[in-house]
Design a protein around this ligand. Sequence first.
Ligand code: ADP
Ligand code: MG
Length: 690
Amino acid sequence: MYSLSTPIENLTRVGKTTAGRLKRLGIENVNDLLYYFPFRYEDYSQVVKIKDLRSNQTVTVKGKIVLIENRRSHRKRMTITEALIEDDTGSIKVIWFNQPFLAKNLKPGDEIFIAGTTEINNLSLQFTSPAYEKITGGDSLNTAKIVPVYALTSNLTQKQLRFLIKIALDSVNFVKEWLPQEILEKNKLMPLTQALAEIHFPANFEIQELARYRFKFDELFLIALQSQRLRQYLAQTKAPQIAFKERDIKNFVNSLPFILTADQKKAAWQILLDLEKSQPANRLLEGDVGSGKTVVAAIAILNTILNNFQTVLMAPTEILARQHYHSIKKLLEPFKIKTALLTASEKIYWDGQQETIGKNEVLKFVKGGKAQLVIGTHALIQEDVEYRDLGLVIVDEQHRFGVEQRKMLKDKNKNGLTPHFLSMTATPIPRSLALILYGDLDLSMIKEMPKGRKKIITRLVDEAGRQQAYQFIRQEINNGRQVFVICPLIDPSDKLGVKSVTEEFKRLDKEIFPDLKIGLLHGKLKAKDKEAIMASFKANEIQILVSTSVIEVGIDIPNASIMMIEGADRFGLAQLHQFRGRVGRGEYQSYCFLLAENYNPKTRERLEALVKSNDGFALAEYDLKFRGPGEVYGSRQSGLPELQIAGLTDLELINLTKEQAQDFFKQYKLEDFPLLSAKLDQNKLIDHLE
Ligand code: ADP
Ligand code: MG
C-alpha cells in the first residue's frame, strides 16, 4: 500500500514517460490520483446472457472466446479483428478495427467481459469496437459496472488511468476527514473516504450523486468560509477615516472634459462613503472595458490624498501600471500629486519624470510620506515597501485580497491601520453570481457606457469569407491601423497554446502578409519578452499581433482597429467580449471578426449573440445558462475561483454553504479545527496572487 504522498513514478507500471503524461494532467502523487475525478461514466453495469440480448442495448456480456482472428480489409485499408464469444446460452460476433494486437492478447478459451452497445449487422447482433477485459478473478475495472471516463492527454488510456486510480484507492483510508462532524451530520454528507471511492467507481448512480454532492459542498463551503473569515478579520481591524472633501472633489469633477455617467457618480459616491468609515472598505468595482473606471479610481485617490493619506494603485503587469501612471497623472494634473511608478524593471518614474534617482531613494519617499501615490504591479505588496500613512489600496484586475494580503498591507503601514480596499474588474460578473463568489465584497457596477462611443462592428466570418477579411485587414493597415489575431488552445496538452498560435503566426507571416511586421505572443514567453512585444506593438513597429488569450484586458492601443478571433467557438462569450474591448479605444471605427471551427446552428446562435449585443453583463448571463463559469470567462484570467465540480447554477447549495459558514463562525473557533484550518490555508481558490 502506498502513502498519499507517494510520487506516481513509484507506482506499479508507471515509467518515466507515463509519469510525464500524468504530470501534464496535474497528477504528481497518489493523493492527486484520488482527486482526479471522472467527467462522465459509461454504464456497463448490466450483465446479460447472450440469448437475452436485443439490439441497441448498452450492456456487458460475460463469455468465452471461441475464435479470434485478424483479416485485412483492402478496400478500407485496415485490419479487422473478428471474434466469436459464447456463454451457456448462445454466441455473438465482436469486431474491432485497427487493433491487430488484440488477436495476440486474447486467445480462444479466454474468459472475457465484453461491454458496449449491441447493433444489428447483416441481420444478426454484434458488438463493434466494444470495451473488453479478461476475467482474472479480481474486480473488473473497465466492464461489468459503472465505469469512469477521465479527461486524458495524448498517449494515456482510460484503462491505464482506471488501473492507477484503483491502486490509489487502496490507500484511501489515509485521507483524513477535515469537515467537522457536526457539519457532516447536519448536512447528511457522505464521509470523505467513501465519497472518494464512489466518485470513481460508484455502486450506482444515486450513490455517485451523493458522492458528487459531498465534493460540491466542500468546494462551496470553503469559499464561503474564506469570505466569512475575511469579514471577521476586517470587523476587528481599524481603517483611517477619510473625510469627503466635497468642494475639491466637485471642482475636479466639473473640470473634467466630460460629464460622469450616472453609474460612475453612484460608484464614486459609494466609495467615498466607504472611506469615511473606520472599518476597512472592501469593494469590487465592476465595469465593462471602456466604461470609465479609471476616473472613478482617480476621485477616490484624490480624496484620500487631500486627507493626507497615501494611496497605492496596483496593476497585473508593468505595461498596465505604466499606462495607469500616465492616465492618472494626466487626470490629476492640476493637483500636482507626487507620484511614483515602481516596477521591477530599471525605470523608476518619480513625479512626472523618468528620474535618475534610484529605487532606494523612491522607497524612502514612500516610507517618509513624500510620495502620495504609488503605482506598480501586484509585486508591490510583496516587496520591501513601507508606507507612512497608507489610506487606500486600489487593485486593477485582481478581484480580491484575502486575509493574508490584508495583514501584509497593514504591517507595511507605519500608522498601524488597515487601508481601505477597492478592486476593479472588467469581467462582467452578474450581480447574482458576484454575491455568491464575493460574498465578502461590496459591489459597485458601472453598466452604462459613456455617450457617443462608436460601436464596434462585429461579424461572424465563415471560411468562405476569410480571404475577404484578410483583404480588409490589409486595407486598414494601409490606412495606418493595427490588428490583433487571437488563437485558442487547440490541443489540451499544449496548455500554454504555443503550438497553435505559432502555426497561425507562421501562416500569416509567410503566406498571407509576408511584407508586414507580425508579432507573436504566448504564455510561455518570459514576462520581460511579453512586455517588449507589447511595447513595440504600442509603438506601431508591429502591425499584426498574433496572440493566445494572454493579452491583458486593460491594454490601451488606440491605433488598433481590428480584432480577429480564430476558433471563436472555443471561447466563452464574456471572454470574446473582452477580447473585442481591446479595439475601439481610439477615434477609429473598429471591427471584430469571429471565425469558428464549426458553424453548426448552436454555435452560430451563440456567436450571433455577440454580433447583436455590446453588453458584457447580458452576454455573460446568456452564456452562464449553458456553460460553466470557467468556460464563460476563460479559466485563468478571470480571477474567478476555479470550481472543479460545483456549478454556479447550484444556487441552493451555494446558499446552504453560505449559511453553514456563517453558523460555523458563530458557534466555533477555527483554531479548534486544525484540519479544516489547514484546508483553508491550502485552498487557493480565493487568496491567490498571480
Ligand atoms: P476602463 O473602465 O476600461 O478602465 P477607462 O477608465 O480607461 O475605462 O475609460 C475609457 C475612456 O473613456 C477614457 O479615455 C476616459 O477618459 C473616457 N471616459 C471616462 N468616463 C467618461 C464619460 N463619462 N464620458 C466620456 N468619456 C469618458
Ligand atoms: Mg482600465
